[in-house]
Design a protein. Structure first.
Length: 250
């Protein structure tokens, strides 16, 4: 007679096994959380260190410069200290982009409220915000980038004096396709150094921002000419009313 095989019943997980599995999952989550915190801390320390370094050392290159170098193969850039930039150029940049630069801590709240009330999508970024974006971040209007910009701007304001912020701004801003910094721009458009810029030339360079690829300082359109004239007047105004004091005093 053939023997009938007996089937083995599968054992159900015991309570201790389930508890062990749950404990392992919690342990993995805790470990991942610790590594995430360590990663955020490491990134924060790195950002603080590089911000401190750039307080004294010229910014060698920015993410956007790298992208443009890959796209076009070469760049025109030449870092110059604030002492080698015509004072009228510094005033023109502030008059054009952020007239209350000396009065705020990184965010021009009055300008932001004005943009919100008018329904515009841009126009309230301070020079400090633009420096945080241009030096440390990427271009574009994504919410992650804007959030990081909002976090980085107070850090820049905390560690850099206003004169340094403006100096960096003028050295990393794009003034034409592949042309970065006011020294390269002055040579590119007028064949002179940034220290030799006259008021009208400074006004034209400031007027082509923030659309340097669509405007020209050497062959200005009627719009650029009119904007440049207004900027020259604005530069004289902020000098007279004290809104240039924070960056004109070394």
């Amino acid at each position: 007679m053939a023997k009938t095989g007996t089937s083995r019943k599968k054992k159900k997980p015991t309570q201790s096994t389930a508890q062990s599995s749950g404990g392992s999952a919690r342990q993995v989550l805790r470990s991942a959380g610790r590594w995430a915190v360590r990663g955020i801390a490491a990134v924060s320390v790195f950002v603080l260190l590089i911000t401190l370094v750039y307080r004294f050392v010229p910014v060698p290159i920015t993410p956007y410069m790298l992208a443009e170098r890959v796209r076009h193969g070469s760049l025109e850039k030449d870092w110059v200290p604030a002492e080698d930039i015509a004072p009228v150029m510094m005033r023109a940049a502030v008059a054009a982009e952020d007239a209350n630069f000396c009065l705020h801590w990184g965010f021009d709240m009055a300008a932001i409220r004005g943009v919100i009330e008018s329904g515009q999508s841009r126009g309230a970024s301070s020079i400090s915000q633009q420096v945080a974006k241009n030096v440390f971040l990427w271009q574009g209007r994504s919410w992650p980038r804007k959030a990081l910009e909002a976090l980085m701007t107070p850090v820049v304001e905390a560690f850099w004096p206003k004169r340094r912020i403006l100096e960096v701004y003028l050295n990393v801003a794009e003034f034409d396709r592949g042309v970065f910094g006011v020294e390269a721009a002055a040579q590119h458009y007028f064949g002179i150094s940034a220290k030799e810029l006259a008021p009208r030339q400074a006004g034209r360079l400031a007027a082509i921002l923030p659309d340097p690829k669509g405007r020209s300082a050497s062959q200005p359109s009627n719009f650029v000419t009119g904007r440049a004239d207004a900027i020259v007047d604005g530069a004289a105004t902020i000098q007279a009313d004290g809104r240039a004091d924070c960056f004109e005093r070394a």
